[in-house]
Design a protein around this ligand. Sequence first.
Ligand SMILES: Cc1ncc(COP(=O)(O)O)c(C=O)c1O
Length: 285
Amino acid sequence: MTDYMLWKNEIVERKPENAMVSFEDRGYQFGDGVYEVIRIYDGKLHVLDWHLDRLFYSMEQLAIRAPFSRSEIKQLLKQLIEKNKFTIDGKIYLQVTRGIQPRDHVYMEDLDALFYATVDRFDQPVEMWDKGVKVMLQEDIRWLRCDIKSLNLLGNVIARTKAQRSGYHEPLFHREGIVRECGASNFYMIKDGVIHTHPTNHYILGGITRKKVLLFAKELEIPVKEREIKVEELQDADECFLTATPLEVVPIIQIDKNPVNNNEIGDITKRLQQYYRKRIYDYLE
Ligand SMILES: Cc1ncc(COP(=O)(O)O)c(C=O)c1O
């Protein structure tokens, strides 16, 4: 664990007594807030502006008054890294809650939003990259604004717990017969050399890694189709993979009890994985 955290506008020692939350904080009572997870490589922030775009989008969609400007939060996050003398691979967790008021579903408009951030070591998930993971199909019971990176993650919490207790890495959510995304990552299927993935809308989180992977696919001249994939199409998939900020590109080798590509990592997935790694250092600040 690192020694310092960002608490509101200050870098403080990372001790519980330095960052106390009121029982009337709306994040505590309703999960009324948003968050970001930002990857750090060699002590530098990765695609920071893309994460801040999404953070401001999430706050705007929920009418949370941003407690900082883009340049202020950039500076604070960099100070947090510096103060911790953090020069290795890791990730930042940044959370904003709407503020404090007596419990009421209806929020007041003039609340002061609260925020904190921590930085922690995160080692490369080499085993997942090399061996792939299994996913478990589950009905998507989340709300219908999955495009907002909301703190309220009960649907994900229940599904991911069930998946992991059953020996799978992630749930693979489906709703109305359509494959949506995983519990904490975006999903892709490769068929006849084409990458298929869900379009960005309210059914999925528009992943930062997804955006990057689609850009890299273009650079590698691998065709992409953003479209709804039916659950029954999965049985004919040539390859599948998932993406998320901490994990980058991870092959999926099994869906429920069914092997994908004979439990082997496919060529296109491997190419994307390697290319993603190679290009990381072009997006640091
Ligand atoms: C539901 C969900 N989908 C997709 C993602 C991947 O998003 P990103 O690539 O921005 O980490 C996440 C990440 O936490 C997630 O929680």
